[in-house]
Ligand binder design. Sequence first.
Ligand code: GNR
Ligand code: NI
Length: 177
Amino acid sequence: MSLLPILQYPDERLRTVAKEIDLDNFDKNYFQNLAENMLETMYHSKGVGLAATQINVHQRIIVIDVSENANEPMILINPKILEASAEQCKEAEGCLSVPGIYENVERSSKITFEYYDINKNEIVQKNADGLLAKCVQHEIDHLNGKVFVDYLSQLKQGRIKSKLQKEQRLAEKHNKK
Ligand code: GNR
Ligand code: NI
């Protein structure tokens, strides 16, 4: 297992739209290994989700664990939202690609989604609300090249960009010495 580096906003590679994974030529070992490394990276960073986009792999796979004890990992291949409630809820979100920033984002409060389950070898359908619903929407956004910051005002986006670029320059300088 290995920790993978996470792309940091405003890295343009976060804008890449991920490719559908071909289930007819499915390399189970490759994706099992990738998912395990993604989970290790997510748990290490205390996140509840991670999309492949964030580790610069542009295929439609995400991992999620919203359980209390961080012991219920989910691996979702080709996740798709089938239904999203008109009812919205507005709550603070964070992102491992946007460290230290927490802002309110409006999302559908309930969703129906489907994905290919790597263990069951079949497509499964689920309903979700609460944190899981938010997380699935947040991760699928990543696969579509979208980051939660995109929902904020231009003013806030600009401030967040400057703050993170400044932090990244400082970290780079430090790493060289
Ligand atoms: O760890 C995370 N917490 C979180 C909180 C509210 C809504 C979405 C998330 S996902 C985020 C991890 C992450 O960046 N996933 O892409
Ligand atoms: Ni994120």
